[in-house]
Design a protein around this ligand. Structure first.
Ligand code: NAI
Length: 465
């Protein structure tokens, strides 16, 4: 039986953008529903992205530590081996507890989960299966899908996307990653630690495009030292499946002679594209840009009254925390509050070992903007805690305005860089200076002292170098 129900807000998509938006809307007193077609809530991030990859990164990191590094600290382990089945079970239970957690939050906040594929049939109406629901505000938060390469078909067995790479049944002997971005490096790190021979083929001259150039180059050196191989400035033009694996044709990006690469498993990680399939947005006349993203104004409103969009499906970095913040801001704007988001203060983290974390401007961006800036650097090899942890790879790089000292960017390679970046995010958010970090007391002995020392390096110089 078809049903009809009225809501204040219907959010389409229960990924980090959509489910957080729904929770905030409910907290602000809106009668809220969220449409999700998958069996569990949480979208790509919780089901086949951020969360399962971190479970495998953490587990493989511990394996690598036990197998290769604990003996340096006087811990004898005997032979350490991988039980992939149990490692995958760990991953699955982490995913389940997170997705179930959202179901609990929906119940707690009285948010209705409309199960099925949602589409906007006309203004103010969302169709889910045979049912039609009315809503004052419709929020599209349908996220993104894996981008593919022409002629290379993903079968999730031999040629996999991140989804397949999170679910391999055995450790491959060899693996080629097409794309040296975030997914390529994180998945490459997992399987390389577990024993695969990993080669990254990257179209650009540096890996981790968009990151500060010096950081990308230094990280490539560290990963090379760990055993990963890189072919930068190269593209894959063909991938043929054979009984024993996949044969790839690789060419220089600028053209030239091709070479052959063979691998058991090939991961395609060349980016993601906005997901707007079957949404019916064309029927109601929602404007899209030339990259298939929904066009919105600064308040996430499309050109059609009552229809909004957030997250990967609109412009900006495809990051879960960006989508979450947009979800909160939109809910607050709908409630008549002043929602605020600062796109200059959105951190980016790559969860390799060591981690890479970044916020604000890169040196290349500052040069392009013609800004006069100063640099402060401090290596973890001079930080007592990093030495005690036996994790001295990497450094902190602080970029500040030469005249005003305003903090413009912070880039870190190092243990727990993803947590360390947060103080820089806060200082950039409040428009603070490098001196603000340099004069703030940092507990001793912590890795955070390296952030303070790098900030000091933009002033009169660090204390411990
Ligand atoms: P990406 O945009 O980070 O990297 C894709 C890379 O593939 C680029 O470096 C690009 O130059 C390269 N590429 C493109 N075509 C190529 C070709 N034909 N041959 C060789 N290289 C080619 O995209 P990725 O890694 O697929 O991740 C997708 C999205 O998911 C990104 O927006 C990323 O930010 C997000 N993500 C974020 C994570 C995090 O925050 N830790 C983790 C995983 C994904």
């Amino acid at each position: 039986m078809a049903s009809e129900k009225d809501y204040d807000v219907i959010v389409i998509g229960a990924g980090p953008g959509g489910y957080v938006c729904a929770i905030r809307c409910a907290q602000l007193g809106f009668k809220t529903a969220c449409v999700e077609k998958d069996k569990t809530l949480g979208g790509t991030c919780l089901n086949v992205g951020c969360i399962p990859s971190k479970a495998l990164l953490q587990a493989s990191e511990k394996y690598d530590e036990a197998a290769n590094h604990l003996s340096d600290m006087g811990i004898k382990t005997g032979k350490v081996s991988v039980d992939l089945k149990t490692m995958m079970k760990h991953k699955e239970s982490v995913v389940a507890s997170n997705t179930q957690g959202i179901e609990f939050l929906f119940k707690k906040n009285k948010i209705d989960w409309l199960k099925g594929t949602g589409s906007v049939e006309k203004k103010g109406e969302v169709k889910v299966g045979k049912d039609t629901y009315k809503a004052k505000h419709i929020v599209v938060a349908t996220g993104s899908a894996v981008a593919t390469l022409p002629g290379i078909e993903i079968d999730e067995k031999q040629i996999v996307s991140s989804t397949g790479a999170l679910d391999l049944k055995e450790v491959p002997k060899s693996m080629v990653l097409i794309g040296g971005g975030v997914i390529g490096l994180e998945m490459g790190a997992v399987w390389s630690r577990l024993g695969a021979d990993v080669t990254v083929v990257e179209y650009m001259d540096t890996i981790m495009g968009g990151m500060d150039n010096g950081i990308s180059k230094d990280m490539q050196k560290i990963l090379t030292k760990q055993g990963m191989k890189f072919k930068t400035g190269a593209k894959v033009t063909e991938a043929k499946k054979t009984k024993s694996g996949v044969t790839l044709k690789v060419e220089p990006a600028k053209g030239g002679d091709s070479e052959e690469l063979k691998a058991d498993i090939v991961l395609v990680a060349v980016g993601r594209k906005p997901y707007t399939d079957k949404l019916g947005l064309d029927k109601v006349g929602v404007d899209m840009d030339d990259r298939g993203r929904i066009k919105t104004d600064s308040h996430f409103k499309t050109n059609v009254d009552g229809i909004y969009a957030i997250g990967d499906v609109i412009a900006g970095p495809m990051l879960a925390h960006k989508a979450e913040d947009e979800g909160v801001v939109l809910a607050e704007i709908l409630a008549g509050q002043a929602g605020h988001i600062n796109y200059d203060a959105i951190p980016g983290v790559v969860y390799t070992w060591p981690e890479v974390a970044s916020v604000g401007k890169t040196e290349e961006q500052l040069k392009e903007d013609g800004r006069d800036y100063k640099i402060g650097k401090f290596p973890f090899s001079a930080n007592g805690r990093a030495r005690a942890m036996n994790m001295t790879d990497g450094y902190v790089k602080v970029l500040a305005d030469k005249k005003t000292d305003r903090l413009l960017g912070v880039h870190i390679i190092g243990a727990n860089a993803g947590d360390l970046i947060q103080e820089a995010v806060t200082i950039i958010e409040i428009g603070g200076s490098a001196e603000d970090i340099a004069r703030t007391c940092h507990a001793h002995p912590t890795l955070g002292e390296a952030v303070k020392e790098a900030a000091l390096a933009t002033q009169d110089g660090p204390l411990h170098m």
